[in-house]
Design a protein around this ligand. Structure first.
Ligand code: SF4
Length: 422
């Protein structure tokens, strides 16, 4: 039995929890792992928590690195080998012990474990997998586990990881190939996408085998996610959301997370220290992502090549509607669902209620308010018996100014994209 020195462990925890805080891809949503009789924890209930601290940490999970030693030297990363920073490494048993202790005390719902790269990808990934394996098999831990996949890890280790973890994630880090080549020349998009490809193939394989063998094991039941750092290189928003769209289509990712770069390291390749990416840019990207996943928008509709950045003054759905007045006003008594959800101020739930309700009566603004629509925005885009005719002659810019002046809502700092925007 390994003896744990708790004083040393506390010191490591301070360093390795701090080093992990820049990774925002640890939302625990989507797990369906239930408690099995006599086991400890419940990934479905207690692991599901979306609370984030101001600097992006997900506080419901024990969120740590196995180590911040790293053989790589990515310019944007505080763990890079050339950075003069205190270093530490947990042993596998120490992470197991911490997770169990914290879980028993009800401090956490689960574990998010990432790592710098010791020696090579396989050596590091093996240890992450070992933590998850011991938690599941020896400790009978049934709470939520999210493991980061390590670039360069073998397919066999990725498959083993998916058998113990609820979720796996592979960070693409910098959205463009040229940006990555500049800031992390030891890496490439191809290398970083390899784990995504393997995990998505295995999800399909295991799902298929469950159709014929009910007792076939589950493979990463909460799916896989990725994260991009925004603003460390000079990528456009169009490039960012085109890449996310590619991930959703090709690898069936559950989520892509966007992390605005916080310049803390002095490096001529990076933005100057003290010039963080505005929170509103990160927020607009989450909103655009939401439009792609739930509203049927294509990346190239949300941001157009002539103007490849999101409008920071208004949400991307309102911005699209203002640019495309040819599609409006929409007749809400007859328009298809796909067009109703494109009306600013109308979300997917409201659109479904409208489709049902209009079978029985004509919809009015009062009805829409009761169904949850933001009518102060929606009214400029619906055919309301001539009410908006006085706006028809306005140029696009004047119409934009008029609508923004009438509908301006305060920007809220929510990471999830579910702002009061639709
Ligand atoms: S490989 Fe990961 S931990 Fe290592 S320097 Fe690059 S981003 Fe940081």
């Amino acid at each position: 039995m390994t003896t744990i020195n708790y004083e040393r462990l506390q010191g490591k925890l301070n360093i390795l929890a701090d080093a992990a805080k820049y990774d925002v891809s640890c939302s625990s949503s989507g797990s369906t792992r239930k408690n099995q009789g006599g086991a400890l924890g419940h990934g479905e209930k207690s692991g599901i928590c979306h609370s984030y601290t101001e600097d992006g940490r997900c506080v419901s999970l024990l969120k740590i690195l196995l180590t911040n030693h790293c053989i790589y030297d990515c310019a944007y990363c505080t763990s890079r080998k050339s950075n003069d920073t205190p270093r530490a490494a947990f042993s596998v048993e120490e992470v197991v012990e911490l997770t169990m202790q914290f879980y028993r005390r009800n401090y956490i719902e689960g574990l998010f474990l990432s790592s710098g790269i010791f020696k090579n990808g396989d050596y590091t990934m093996e240890r992450l997998v070992e933590v998850a394996k011991i938690l599941r098999t020896r400790e009978r831990f049934n709470g939520y586990i999210h493991l980061k996949t390590i670039p360069g890890a073998s397919k066999e280790l990725l498959i083993e990881a998916g058998l113990y973890a609820d979720r796996l994630s592979a960070n693409i880090e910098i959205p463009t190939k040229s940006g990555l080549a500049l800031l992390a020349p030891e890496k490439s998009h191809e290398q970083l996408k390899m784990p995504m490809q393997t995990v998505s193939e295995q999800i399909i394989t295991f799902r298929d085998s469950q159709k014929t063998h009910k007792k076939a094991p589950k493979f990463t039941p909460a799916g896989q996610t990725s994260q991009m750092i925004v603003g460390a290189s000079n990528e456009t928003d169009l490039q960012v959301i085109q890449l996310s769209s590619h991930f959703y289509k090709e690898y069936a990712l559950k989520r892509v997370y966007y992390s605005g770069y916080v310049p803390m390291l002095s490096d001529s390749r990076l933005p100057a220290i003290g010039t963080p990416v505005p929170m509103v840019r990160e927020n607009r990207l989450y909103q655009a992502d939401w439009l792609m996943r739930f509203y049927g928008f294509d990346a190239n509709e949300i941001v157009e090549p002539e103007s490849p950045f999101l409008d920071l003054d208004c949400d991307p759905k309102l911005a699209w509607a203002i640019r495309h007045r040819e599609h409006f006003p929409v007749n809400i008594q007859t328009a298809p669902y796909a067009m109703i959800v494109r009306i600013p101020g109308i979300g997917t739930k409201t659109a479904k209620k409208m489709i049902k309700a209009r079978k029985f009566h004509n919809l009015t603004l009062e009805h829409l308010k009761k169904m949850g629509a933001a009518v102060n925005r929606a009214k400029y885009f619906m055919a309301m018996t001539g009410k908006n005719e006085h706006l028809a002659h306005l140029t696009r810019d004047n119409f934009r100014q008029y609508v923004l002046a009438q509908t301006q809502t305060k920007f809220k700092d929510q990471r999830d994209g579910q702002l009061a925007l639709f």
